[in-house]
Each structure stands twice: as structure tokens, then as C-alpha cells.
Design a protein around this ligand. Structure first.
Ligand SMILES: Cc1ncc(COP(=O)(O)O)c(C=O)c1O
Length: 438
């Protein structure tokens, strides 16, 4: 029998660190999951449109993954070993994953998380170039470890005393709130050109790396046009830097075109980092890189005790197979397009919806108090989320001011699920509106 929410909340308060927050005024306890659904301790069903935080790609507890893990346990397969010994799971995953990667990306290393993957990407870039500065973007998020957090473009995620180790930030490619006051159809990619200005004005003229998410996840699913990335990569390479494409959220086909969005957008990346959906909930991350970054690591030891663990890599490999067999990338595209159309219709109905954006099944709805002033509608966003939860759908939230609803369901969602999402959102907007006027 699961414990009550009150007991868990009390224990969280007593034992967990103070930054451990939860979604919702009345939080949800999740105990079971299947496909695109999750269940609370009272047996209530929710359509999962956030998947932890963008981690469920193939669907919760997929039968093929269960079968694989159960058979490994039944066969007494080794649960833990490291790269110091040989084991087929890690190399099989590397081989399969690199088949999907853009040309030239041909080396892999597995970690336990996206943060660790980015740490390795920074280290390898600094090692290969002999430079130290990593350029990031305002509004970005790359993880909670020291170097990753020092590349974070959100004051809300930073702590006092957080060291800012050799980083500098360029302006955000955020079309809805363009920092240059431009519109996408008439701009000259000022945001990309700002990368050059930033290098020229806040470094000695060379950088180790530039890191960017092809869709900014924590930033509120900000999806810059592909031309931005082409211009960015050109500038980064001109200044001697390596391009790190952080696909921790966008990877594994979520964006509906290729397994890697970097490949779909034609970004000339030197490293791709990933995690989250890679293991469909298993704690696994990866840094994939070009030989020219891998070779200079020769002669030094780089080690991660649990990175490449047999169970995690086996789960990631099966996830990749499911994504292929069930054509989940195509489904992400079809369902994503369908949802996008529906969200645009909702936008015409609800003035709070300032912007709808994203790629595939990674969709953000930015809420504003007024479409002209674009004042962030933070409380309104929390209210819509709460009402939607009470109607059986879990959404995420993001953005610098917490005013962007995030939709990132498993890639297996159906048209019926999409209709339900649109219906619940429509009702939740109406109800939140009338509630917040009182
Ligand atoms: C784009 C991006 N990079 C890196 C990370 C860090 O990943 P992890 O939490 O697995 O360390 C995150 C986590 O949300 C992320 O969204």
C-alpha cells in the first residue's frame, strides 16, 4: 500500500534538500505507468505529456524493454561492470547509435546523465583546442554539475557562489521575444551574428566551444530557425571553437525528422550530447564526437564508474530498436503537426496564448497577460496546469519566468490522445480565466 501524499510531503520536507520542489498546489504521487499513461496511488489515470522531464520516448514500461530486462535478470547477467572489462551491451549501443548520427560523428562515451555528457563535451573541446572559454546562450540549460551549470542562462537555476568557469553568453535566438526587436521574416540573423560580437568583445578572440540546444528545453521549447544554426556553426569554427549540440531533450526522434535534430537541421556539430529519452527512463547519457576530439584524449584516463552500465545500455539499445520498428519518429511528426494545428486554433480563441512553437512532439505554449505587452503570465500558467491535471493530463512548464506550458508526451501518442490534449487545454484555459478574474 503506497504511503499517503501527506506522509511523503512531510518526509520530503524533513529529509530532502530545500531546492527539491514539486509541481502543483496539490502534488501528484505517481506509482505506476504504462504506455502514455501514468497512475497515482489512488488509481487515477493521467495522460503523461511531460514524461518525467522529457524522458519517455518509447512509452512507459514498454513490453519489449520489460522482456529484455527480465531476461537479463533471470540469466544472472552481470548488473555492474565497467569499461575496464569487456561487455557487449555498451559497444552494441555505440555501434547502433552512431549509425544514426550525422556524418563524421563516430565516437561515443556513455555517462549517467546529460550533465555528465556535457562535462565531457566541454573537457574534450578544451583539450582538443587548448582554449578554455565555452560560449553559451542566454535562456539555455545544460545541467546541474559545475561546468554545465556555469553555462546556464537562467537566474532561477543558479546559486550564490556558483563558479562561472571560463564561460561567456551570447544573445538568445528567441523569435517571439527577439532581443533585437526584429521579426523572423525580416531579420538578418542578428542573434547568430551576436556570437561573433561576443567572441570579439568578451574573449581573447578564440574559444574552446559553443554549446546550444537545437530547441531550448528548459527555456520554454524555443525553436530557432535552422539558418541560425548554420550561421552559428560557421562563426564558431572560424574562431577555432568546437560546436556542441546539446540534444539531451531533442534527441531520439522527438522532433519528428531524424533520430538527431542536429542531422535534420544540417548543423555542423563536432559533439552531440544526449540523455533523457535515450534510455526511455534509464539513467543514461552520451557524448558522441568526431575522431578529431576523441584522438587528443589518448594517453589520459577518463572514467565513469556507472557510465555504460550493461542494464542501462541494453535498455537504450532496445529503446532505439522500438523507435525504429514502431516508426515513432514518423508518428512524432504526424502527431506533432496535428497538435500544432490544434494549438494554433486555440491561440485564436484564447488571448493568453502568446505563442505556440516547437518541433515534432516538443511543443511550447507561451502564456502572456496581454498579447501586445507580452507580460509573462506565470500564475496563469500554473493555474492552467493545475486544472489540466485535475482533468487527467500532466503538462510540464518552463521558460525563464515559468510561463510556458511544455508538451512532450511519449512518441507513441495517438490522434485520440491529441484530441484529448486539445480539449482539456481549451477547457482549462476557460476555467482558469474565469477563476482568476474572481
Ligand atoms: C538540454 C539539457 N541539457 C542537459 C541537461 C542535464 O541533464 P541531466 O539532468 O540528465 O543531468 C538537461 C536537463 O534537463 C537539459 O534539458
Amino acid at each position: 500500500m503506497p504511503q499517503s501524499n501527506e506522509t511523503i510531503l512531510e518526509k520530503r520536507k524533513k529529509h530532502l534538500i530545500a531546492s527539491a520542489v514539486h509541481y502543483y498546489k496539490t502534488p501528484v504521487q505517481l506509482v505506476k505507468a504504462k504506455g502514455q499513461y501514468v497512475y497515482d496511488q489512488e488509481g487515477r489515470t493521467f495522460l503523461d505529456c511531460i514524461g518525467g522531464i522529457v524522458c519517455i520516448s518509447a512509452g512507459h514500461n514498454h513490453p519489449k524493454i520489460k522482456q529484455k530486462l527480465l531476461s537479463m535478470i533471470e540469466n544472472d547477467e552481470i548488473q555492474h561492470t565497467t569499461l575496464l572489462f569487456l561487455n557487449e551491451h555498451v559497444t552494441n549501443l555505440a555501434e547502433d547509435l552512431l549509425k544514426e548520427a550525422p556524418n563524421g560523428i563516430d565516437r561515443a562515451f556513455f555517462t549517467n546523465s546529460g550533465s555528465e555528457a556535457n562535462e565531457l563535451a566541454f573537457m574534450a573541446s578544451r583539450n582538443a583546442t587548448g582554449e578554455t572559454v565555452v560560449l553559451n546562450l542566454r535562456h539555455s540549460y545544460h545541467g546541474g554539475t559545475a561546468a554545465a551549470l556555469s553555462s546556464c542562462g537562467h537566474h532561477t537555476w543558479r546559486f550564490k557562489g556558483q563558479p562561472m568557469a571560463s564561460v561567456t553568453s551570447a544573445m538568445e535566438p528567441y523569435c517571439y521575444r527577439c532581443p533585437f526587436g526584429k521579426k523572423p521574416d525580416s531579420c538578418s540573423l542578428e542573434c547568430a551574428k551576436n556570437i561573433e560580437t561576443t567572441i570579439q568583445t568578451s574573449t581573447h578572440g578564440k574559444i574552446a566551444a559553443f554549446i546550444a540546444e537545437p530547441v531550448m528545453g528548459v527555456g520554454g521549447f524555443i525553436a530557432p530557425p535552422k539558418e541560425y544554426f548554420h550561421e552559428a556553426a560557421k562563426i564558431v569554427h572560424n574562431y577555432g571553437g568546437k560546436y556542441i549540440s546539446d540534444e539531451v531533450q531533442t534527441g531520439v526522434g522527438r522532433c519528428g525528422g531524424e533520430y538527431f535534430l542536429t542531422k535534420e537541421l544540417g548543423i555542423d556539430a563536432d559533439v552531440i550530447t544526449m540523455a533523457k529519452g535515450l534510455g526511455n527512463g534509464a539513467a543514461i547519457g552520451a557524448a558522441l564526437m568526431k575522431t578529431e576530439l576523441s584522438t587528443p584524449l589518448t594517453g589520459k584516463l577518463f572514467f565513469n564508474t556507472f557510465g555504460g552500465d550493461p542494464f542501462q545500455t541494453a535498455q537504450a539499445k532496445v529503446t532505439l530498436e522500438i523507435i525504429r520498428e514502431e516508426k515513432l519518429i514518423q508518428n512524432a511528426r504526424t502527431m506533432g503537426n496535428y497538435l500544432m494545428e490544434g494549438l494554433k486554433t486555440l491561440q485564436r480563441k484564447h488571448a493568453w496564448i502568446g505563442d505556440v512553437r516547437g518541433r515534432g512532439l516538443m511543443m511550447g505554449i507561451e502564456l502572456v497577460k496581454d498579447p501586445t505587452t507580452k507580460e509573462h503570465a506565470t500564475q496563469e500558467c500554473a493555474e492552467v496546469m493545475e486544472i489540466a491535471k485535475n482533468k487527467g493530463i500532466l503538462f510540464g512548464k518552463g521558460g525563464l519566468f515559468g510561463n510556458v506550458l511544455r508538451i512532450a508526451p511519449p512518441l507513441s501518442i495517438t490522434k485520440e490522445n491529441c484530441d484529448e490534449i486539445l480539449k482539456v487545454l481549451d477547457e482549462s484555459f476557460f476555467e482558469a480565466k474565469s477563476k482568476m478574474k474572481v
